[in-house]
Write a protein that binds this ligand. Structure first.
Ligand code: PMV
Length: 353
C-alpha cells in the first residue's frame, strides 16, 4: 500500500523488575530471565509523525521532549534505528517526527528508557500495520504478532523496555517453567496470580535525581568476566521458579525475601565488578533500615526493591496504603531529594490513543 504520511500515538508505562536483568549477550539477549511489575502512572506518551521521503540513504528524524527539540536523544535513537532496520526496513523510507512526553518529571532519576523505547516501538509497529497491503485483522494471532514484534523491537532499544507493553506481570528470557518465554521479547505472565498481589502498590522514593555515574550499558558489560556471573545467572532462574510458586500460593513473606534479595544482589554485582562501583547513596541505606525496623515493629508486608540507581521502590499490598503513606510522610520523606516521591501501582500495559 502506498502511504505518504500519517501519525500515530501510543502511551506506554515503565516497569519495575522483581527478578533483575543484569548482564547480556550479543544483540540484547539477556544473560538470565527476569520478571517485572508493569507500572500504571509512570508512563511516556509518544506521537510518531511520518512522511515519505525520496532519499533513503540516511535515517531522517527529529525528536521533541515536552515540546522542545531534544538533539541529545538522537544518538540513542539512531542506534535503535540501525539495530531494527532489518526487521522494519521502512524506517529508511520516511522522515519521522518523534514527540514524546513523560508523566514523571525528567531528571527524576526514573529511567524513561523502558517507557520511551516501548512507546516508540509500538508506534513503529502501527506504521508497519498501516503499510501492510492487506492490513492486519483483529484476530488473536495478528495481535500476538503485533505485540511480540513490538516487544522484540523495544528490546533492541533498551532491554527492559520489552517488559513494558503488557501487564500486570511480564517475563523476559527463556525459563523452563514459563510457557512461551523467550529471550527475544517479553511475554505476559501466563499463570493465575493469587489475589494477595492484585493492585500491588509501588511508591518510588526519589533519593537522587542526578545523572548516575555508571550507565546500565556499562554495568551490563561488566558482567562479562565477572567472578560471580555464572552463579548469579543460575540464581535468577531459581528465584524466578520460587516466584512462580509464591504467585500461585500468595505467600507475601516469601515474596519479600526474593524481591529484597534480588535488589541487593543487583547492587552486589556492581560492587564486585572490575571496575567496581556503588549506585546506592547513604539515604538509600537509611531507607532500607527504616523499612526493616518498620516490619519488625508492625506486621506490615512492605518491602523494597532498587533498580540501577539510588532511588527506592516501596512495594506493598493495597490494603496497607493508608498506613504506609503515613509511615513514608513521617519517616522516609526526609531521605528523599526535595521530599519528592511518586505514588504508583501495578498497571496493565500500553495503550494506543
Ligand atoms: O534495560 P536496561 O539495559 O536499562 O537495564 C535495566 C536493568 C535493571 O533495571 C537494573 C534491571 C531490570 O531488569 O530492569
Amino acid at each position: 500500500k502506498t502511504v505518504e504520511r500519517g501519525n500515530v500515538t501510543w502511551e506506554s508505562p515503565s516497569n519495575i523488575a522483581l527478578v533483575k536483568y543484569w548482564g547480556k549477550k550479543e544483540n540484547q539477549i539477556p544473560a538470565n530471565p527476569s520478571i517485572s511489575f508493569t507500572l500504571s502512572g509512570c508512563k511516556t506518551k509518544t506521537t510518531l509523525s511520518y512522511s515519505k521521503k525520496e532519499n533513503t540513504s540516511d535515517f531522517s528524524f527529529e525528536v521533541f521532549l515536552e515540546g522542545e527539540q531534544k538533539d541529545s536523544f538522537k544518538p540513542k535513537i539512531e542506534t535503535f534505528f540501525k539495530r531494527i532496520e532489518v526487521y522494519v526496513p521502512f524506517v529508511r523510507d520516511f522522515h519521522f517526527k518523534i514527540e514524546t512526553e513523560n508523566t514523571f518529571p525528567h531528571s527524576s532519576g526514573i529511567a524513561s528508557s523502558a517507557s520511551g523505547m516501548s512507546a516508540l516501538a509500538l508506534c513503529l509497529m502501527s506504521v508497519e500495520m498501516e503499510l501492510t497491503n492487506d492490513g492486519y485483522s483483529e484476530n488473536e494471532e495478528s495481535q500476538k504478532y503485533f505485540t511480540n514484534k513490538a516487544s522484540f523491537l523495544a528490546r533492541l532499544g533498551s532491554g527492559s523496555a520489552c517488559r513494558s507493553l503488557e501487564g500486570d506481570l511480564v517475563a523476559w528470557g527463556t525459563h523452563k517453567e514459563i510457557t512461551g518465554s523467550s529471550d527475544l521479547f517479553g511475554v505476559k505472565y501466563p499463570f493465575k496470580v493469587h489475589d494477595n498481589f492484585k493492585n500491588y502498590q509501588d511508591t518510588i522514593l526519589l533519593v537522587d535525581k542526578g545523572e548516575k555515574q555508571v550507565s546500565s550499558t556499562v554495568g551490563h558489560g561488566l558482567m562479562h568476566n565477572h567472578p560471580f556471573a555464572e552463579q548469579r545467572f543460575e540464581q535468577a532462574h531459581e528465584n524466578l521458579s520460587s516466584l512462580i510458586k509464591i504467585f500461585k500460593e500468595g505467600d507475601v513473606s516469601k515474596f519479600i525475601e526474593i524481591v529484597e534479595s534480588e535488589a541487593l544482589t543487583l547492587h552486589a554485582m556492581m560492587m564486585t565488578s572490575m571496575p567496581y562501583f556503588i549506585l546506592m547513596k547513604p539515604n538509600t541505606l537509611e531507607i532500607i533500615n527504616k523499612i526493616w525496623a518498620y516490619r519488625t515493629e508492625t506486621n506490615s508486608k512492605l518491602c523494597f526493591t532498587l533498580d540501577a540507581g539510588a532511588n527506592v521502590h516501596l512495594l506493598y499490598p493495597e490494603n496497607e496504603k493508608i498506613q504506609v503513606l503515613e509511615f513514608i510522610k513521617n519517616e522516609l520523606v526526609a531521605y528523599c531529594q526535595n521530599g519528592h516521591y511518586i505514588c504508583d501501582q501495578i498497571g496493565f500495559g500500553a495503550k494506543k490513543l
